[in-house]
Design a binder for this molecule. Sequence first.
Ligand code: AMP
Length: 113
Amino acid sequence: MTRDTVFSKILNGEIPCDEVYGDEYCLAFRDISPKAPVHILVIPRKPLESLKTAQDEDKSLLGHLLLVGAKVAQQEGLQNWRTVINTGADAGQTVFHLHLHVIGGRPLKWPPG
Ligand code: AMP
């Protein structure tokens, strides 16, 4: 289970988002503080805190999130993009509801900070 987060509030309609895709398993919307010309978040409707708490039963959901990330990246016209999942505070996770970042539209450096 997750704590109440900004993403659970987006999922239940308490706060708005700039949605780009939604289905029965997930929602994708624009990041409020974009780090690149395209910066979209893909979140499961299931309240998973992070990859740390994901289980074998979440295998197809996790695959679905990756494929939705690829779909929305291409919807945005991207040929190249980065998919990022920050797991834990020291890795940069600030919202404890699992999410994929889909980032692109400019050259991206490696490794990230
Ligand atoms: P992370 O640091 O990996 O946990 O990513 C959380 C992301 O959520 C950050 O990139 C934030 O800019 C983004 N974010 C926080 N609140 C909102 C919001 N209300 N709508 C859209 N994106 C948000």
